[in-house]
Each structure stands twice: as C-alpha cells, then as structure tokens.
Design a protein around this ligand. Sequence first.
Ligand SMILES: [Zn+2]
Length: 411
Amino acid sequence: MKLVRAYKTELAPDDAQLASLYRHAGAARFAYNWGLEWKSNVHLFNLLPHPRLKTPSAVDLHRELTRLKKGKLSWLYEVSKCAPQEALRDLDAAFSNFFGHRTGFPNFKSRKKRGVGSFTLYGAIRVRPGEVRLPRIGWVRLKERGYIPSRAHIKSVTVSERAKRWYVAVNVVVEERKELLPPHGPLVGVDRGLNSLAVISDGTVLENPRALRRYERKLRHLQRNLSRKRKGSSNRRKAREALARLNLRVRNTRLDAIQKFTTMLAKIKPVIVVEDLDVKNMMGNHHLARAIADAAWGEISRQLLYKTRWYGSTLITADRWYPSTKRCSRCGHMKDGGLPIEERVFHCEACSLVADRDLNAARNLAEWPGVARTLEMPVEGGVQSTAEPLIQPPGESGTISLGRGPRRWMS
Ligand SMILES: [Zn+2]
C-alpha cells in the first residue's frame, strides 16, 4: 500500500521568487473566490422553485477559467495552472463537506482576514540538498538541508505563508512496509495533561517546552504594546507584525516538541491507548489553559494516528464514556461526580491511593477493558502493572525534556 508523507520546511526565496510566490497564492485565492461566487449563485438559484441548474464542478470551472485567461485574466499566464486548478478542487471539497453537514458554508478567502494563504503545485518538482525546484518558480533555497529525501517520488507540494515566512510541504509517496514488526514492550495509555502536554501511563511526562514560558511572557507584553498603539498607524502595524512572528515561534516550538514525542511513542510502544475526544465539548471550552491543552492534544492524537501506521504500532481509542478520570487505577473504585479541573491530585477514598491526576487517567486508559476486543493478537509483555504506589508527580522521574535537550527521538 502506498502512503503519502509530508515534509514541511521553510523556504528562503530571493526577491523575484518571493514575488512569484505571492502571485501564485493570489491566483489560488482568486480562483477560489471566483469559483465560490459562481457555485453559491447556482446554489441560491436552486433553492427557488425553478428547474435546477447543474452545480459546476472543479473541472467545469477550470475550463471556464482557461477560456477567460485568453482575455481579461491574462495575468494568470504568469502562474502555474496548478495553483488555480487545485484551489478549485479545494473548493469542491469545501462544498461536499458543506453538503455532508460536516462544515458550514464555504467562506471567501480574504487576504486581510485570512492572510496570503497557500497554493499547491504538481509536475516537475525536484529536490536536491538545500534546494527544491518548483514549477514556474525555479530552484528555491531551503533554510534546512537534508530534511526532504532527495530521491523520493514527489506527488505534489503545498506552499504556504505565515507571518511573512514561506513554507513548503513536499508530499512524498512512500511504500508502506508489508511485514512491519511492531515494537516490543508493554501497552501504554496516554492522557492529555494540563500542566504538561501529555502523560504516559509508565510515568513519562511530555513537558511543555521551557522556551514557551519565556515566550508567553513576551507575548503578553507585545499584546499590551499593540493595544496602546493608535489604530491605522504604522507603529500599530509593526507591533502587529512582531506579535504575529512571536505567535509563530511559540507554535513552532510546541509543534516541534509534539513531533518528537509522537515519533518516540509510535516507534517504541506497540499499543497506545488514548481517550476519545469529544470535539464539541472541547470547542465549547472557555478556560484558556484547557483550550490550549485541547489544541495540543488534538495535534498529538492526529500525529499518533499516522505515525503508528508508519512504525507498525497500534493506536486504540477508548470509548468516550470510559471514566478514566474518575476511576482509581489501583483498586477500580469510582469517585462520585467528576474531578474538578483545578484538582491536580487523585485521592482514592477506598484504597487511599494518591496519584497525579493525569497519570492516574493514563493508567486507567492502559487498562481499558475494550483493548482486548480491539486487538486481534495478544500484546507481548501484557498490560502494565499498576500494583506499585503511584506517588510520582510529573516533572520528576521519567520526565522527557524536549525543550532543549538532545534530539533523541528525531525520526
Ligand atoms: Zn483505590
């Protein structure tokens, strides 16, 4: 079976290339909005008791766009035809999500509100150390050498902008190894943390990178700074740009830690049990720390899903009603009511266990009764024993320092 794996890294374009990147993103945005207008008109018309019109597909729209290119849209000749074409395909996907009741009606892409955006290219894409060749744009330098495999079968690239930095995601086709040997070792449960990013049932804690604390202070400072600047002034624009750059750095630092953590887990743990996340429940959360933890957790479980496939391990989701927070992981006693969010420690009234709240939940996940049903084969090493006392606050033994420590688990 073939899998597509994305390698994302930062571009270092020269001025001419930069102008072309903006043009391509502009063409993609234009095509998307142009197609959206057309499709929504048809959609509105079809709500009335008329004979129904056929909604134009990406193919129809692209044909029409190519016709217009010969006339008033001649500027589209300056960009690869893939950029508008792929944007129209995205639009098709946005509409089928809407009709499948998965999302709301597609929005127009406004540069002011949603940024420069992104575009996708197919065709003659080449990679050599430190450079990538993009159709119509040429060889563009990369800020990082050797990350993208140079002899890979490249399917497409997606180029995107964020805070004036440009990134390329190279989508590489890889053959899924058939006889993948799952890693050895005990099954583990993983719970999202509140103070940390995640906690593993064996006591390992994924800490928030230390750099984040420093950044977050600076973030607050910049935010205050921005609110003091006069609206429309160039100082306000500068403050906003500084804030956007810092936001990006915070996000990248957190993502970097998450990448290493999920790779490590998928590589060395044969079976990983996580809790089901109720998306609706999460979105309604106004508690800021919780919201950030939820976002990080969403990313962790998304990455675990594909990385367990790469490395031959198995990801199991415990059902949503399993009370992993309320249950005592040593004696199975259930607490009445829930454990309030500010309660950091789990106290068991029945067996007097005292354990970190997230660790207790992670151990419960490792003992989820549905695991045996989900797994076809027995797990070597069995389920982690929980007989020993659990007084092990996160941050002491077993802490992985991913903030600035050695890159032990880089893939
Ligand atoms: Zn107990």
